[in-house]
Ligand binder design. Structure first.
Ligand code: 3HC
Length: 298
């Protein structure tokens, strides 16, 4: 079966990533259905999208008429079955395989045979998900980066059973979003997280061995390697629970010590200090500018 043209995108999961991805696809001219997978209303989500598009208009990156058209193209709903008519599904729900299996099982029942399924997972196996569906030839990884509207890269990860025409169709649609697609084999962590996670882990080891303070390690990497954020600011930005789970998944898969979560990461996670989202992680965000978490300066 050849791949049909991708005109309608379904995004399952309206967290930080799903919301950002839907914003990007609707802005690029594609009809987009964003399904909030957990209970709750969609009004707050709509306000977030309006706010983000509003900033684009203020900054001259978008005309007001284009904002209105993009908003009209974006359907926000809690009704799973609205994903039925979509050509490409991008799953962006909880990073938990059984939850994802269950979601793809439901999607298999409501979507047409030609619909392409993809997952935005960071470190779970695409093949594991694909083989549980009725369409392993139409299943691949499509991995965006946070914040999705700002980050250019999208990793496209076909499995050994993905139809090359499907991969090409998804590659083309991602390029049409103004993103830069790269092809990666289905491999836990793809390229970026496989390199980025050990980098953040190494920074934690350097701090633990007393090489430099958290702030100075961040300053060094921003100014010495031109990174937009140092490794601790980045880990807080991603979420320390997410970093911990990525590291654990990579360790499970590759059994390489470089992926082992350091004790400080485990302790911050266990105590609910998850970074920006909890206002406390490696840094304390309760006041501006954020200072280093006082418990890490003792
Ligand atoms: N939503 C939408 N757009 C955003 C945004 C957000 N949350 N945050 C920033 N932007 C965009 C805006 O277009 C903004 O321009 P504007 O202010 O004119 O509207 C532009 O980015 C620049 O933002 P700021 O001036 O506020 O801040 P910075 O210049 O410091 O940039 C940043 C912010 C883009 C987040 C930058 O610091 C950065 O690139 N950081 C690194 C992020 C990164 O590495 N992400 C990857 C994480 S790993 C990952 O996602 C993988 C996953 O599997 C875990």
């Amino acid at each position: 079966m050849s791949a049909k043209k991708i005109e309608t995108i379904g995004v399952l999961g309206a967290g930080q990533m799903g919301l950002g991805i839907a914003q990007v696809t609707a802005k690029a001219g594609l009809k987009t259905v964003l399904v909030k997978a957990t209970p709750g209303d969609t009004d707050a989500l709509k306000k977030k999208v309006e706010g983000s598009y509003g900033r684009d208009v203020e900054k001259g990156r978008m005309e007001a008429a284009d904002r209105d058209a993009a908003l009209a193209r974006l359907e926000l709903t809690t009704e799973f079955h609205q994903l039925g008519p979509c050509d490409l599904i991008i799953e962006s729900i909880l990073e938990d395989l059984p939850t994802k299996h269950e979601a793809f099982g439901r999607l298999d029942d409501i979507c047409e045979e030609g619909t392409i399924f993809s997952s935005n997972t960071s470190t779970l196996g695409i093949t594991e998900m694909a083989v549980k569906t009725k369409r392993p030839d139409r299943f691949l990884g499509v991995h965006f980066f946070n914040p999705a509207p700002a980050m250019k890269l999208v990793e496209i990860a076909p499995t050994i059973t993905t139809d090359p025409e499907v991969t090409q169709a998804v590659h083309d649609v991602v390029a049409s979003l103004g993103k830069t697609p790269v092809l990666v084999k289905d491999s836990t962590g793809f390229v970026v997280n496989r390199l980025l996670v050990p980098y953040m882990i190494d920074a934690m080891h350097e701090w633990a061995r007393g090489t430099a303070s958290i702030q100075d390690i961040d300053t060094a990497m921003c100014n010495g390697a031109a990174h937009p954020m140092g490794p601790f600011t980045l880990a807080d930005f991603i979420g320390l629970d997410v970093v911990f789970h990525m590291a654990s998944n990579l360790l499970d898969e590759y059994q390489e010590p470089r992926f082992a979560p350091p004790p400080i990461l485990r302790r911050l996670m266990l105590t609910g200090q998850l970074g920006r989202k909890t206002k406390l992680g490696f840094y304390d965000y309760s006041s501006k500018p954020a200072g280093v978490n006082p418990s890490l300066t003792r």
